[in-house]
Design a protein around this ligand. Structure first.
Ligand code: A3P
Length: 362
């Protein structure tokens, strides 16, 4: 099917995407790369050309991965996949999970010898979707078990080997979520810092012509037109999966992690099958990992102040102020109410809410 490549309204895009996707879903082995040009496109925020597939918006890079990974990614029962919507705490989760899982080889107290002192968390825990698409996933075959991987891909579009089993053979998934208002504001600042690189990256996925204003970006975000958006649908899928199979899915909240980093780390380690022993706790290992992975420590490291990581992105772009409620410094109350309303409507009947856990959930 030929494509005009012309952007369309969100409503028309949904209809067209559903027609194309229903044909593909009937055949899970269909080559997504081939039908990509026929998928509806729209401008997104950050300013990529996005294509709609499976109910979400994607760059071409993601779509190629989704297509390829279904054919070649082989999960292992010991895998831990760190999943998130962008700008919700991915970098922090990567640092914590890496440090907890590798604390025997790399004690957090060794200072400058710890891998986090020399590498971005993004170089220590790679995104599945940024693998070389042409090597048949071999890069992941070479990683020793237990593998720690990351993804922004929606749950329903992950390789079937990960999500299609109930016996644990697909590994475990840890998801971190964050209030969409803070996510959007974090995205906005990240976008400002990475615009030049984003435009170069956009060669992979296709750039949309114009740089959006804050208000335009907000509108795109509200319509779900961001990488892997809409955020609320992304989160809902992982939340439901973690409720269906709590042994295979851990659902964390950025806001809870800020309130209780030690408790969150202990929960994470237990879920990854490497719980802290009472002796480790007494020796301060939990405290040391929390300190090592804190925003203040990571942001101040030379590697994160000057280095760069995947796709040439500057490490420093991933560390800002890491607070709850920063949205109130950038959004009008009307904008906040509008986004809250969209999210509430989309989550109606699901019992999922954003923000810190309610008391009866903890
Ligand atoms: P803010 O922009 O609100 O400060 P991601 O890692 O998914 O890209 O998310 C980035 C957000 O996580 C940014 O939020 C960033 O400051 C925050 N962050 C990064 N490292 C952190 C850490 N070690 N502790 C707490 N927050 C962190």
């Amino acid at each position: 099917m030929a494509s005009t490549g012309a952007p369309m309204s969100a409503g028309a895009a949904v209809e067209k995407e559903e027609a194309v996707a229903s044909a593909v879903i009937a055949n899970p082995h269909a080559d997504l790369a081939e039908i990509m040009p026929s998928l509806p496109t729209a401008p997104g925020f950050p300013p990529y050309r996005l294509r709609r597939y499976g109910g979400f918006w994607h760059t071409d890079l993601y779509l190629k991965f989704i297509g390829a990974s279904h054919a070649c990614f082989k999960p292992r029962p010991t895998d831990v996949l760190l999943a998130s919507f962008p700008k919700t705490g991915t970098t922090w989760l990567k640092a914590l999970a890496f440090s907890a899982l590798n604390r025997a080889a790399h004690p957090p107290s060794v200072g400058a010898d710890h891998p986090l002192h020399r590498n971005s968390p993004h170089d220590l825990v790679r995104f599945l979707e940024l693998a070389d698409q042409d090597d048949d996933g071999l890069i992941y075959e070479e990683i020793p078990s237990p593998r720690l991987l990351a993804t922004h891909v929606p749950y329903s579009l992950l390789p079937r080997g990960i999500t299609g089993t109930k016996d644990g053979s697909g590994g475990r998934i840890v998801y971190v979520c964050r209030d969409p208002k803070d996510t959007f504001v974090s995205f906005w600042h990240y976008h400002e810092k990475t615009t030049a690189t984003l435009q170069r990256m956009a060669d992979v996925g296709g750039a949309s012509a114009a740089m959006p204003t804050f208000e335009e970006a907000f509108e795109l975000f509200c319509q779900g037109q961001s990488v892997a958006g809409p955020q609320w649908r992304h989160t809902l899928e992982y939340w439901e999966a973690s409720r269906r199979s709590p042994d295979q899915g851990l659902f964390l909240r950025y806001e809870d992690m800020l309130l209780d980093p030690s408790g969150s780390l202990m929960k994470l380690a237990a879920f990854m099958a490497c719980p802290f022993s009472p002796e480790e706790e007494a020796a301060g290992v939990v405290r040391d990992i929390v300190e090592l992975c804190s925003l203040g420590t990571l942001k101040g490291l030379e590697v994160n102040r000057r280095g760069s990581t995947m796709l040439g992105l500057k490490n420093e772009a991933f560390f800002r102020n890491g607070t709850v409620g920063d949205w109130s410094n950038c959004m009008t109350p009307a904008m906040a109410a509008r986004l809250d309303g969209i999210v509430a409507e989309a989550l109606q009947g699901s019992m999922l809410t954003f923000g810190a856990s309610s008391k009866d959930e903890v």
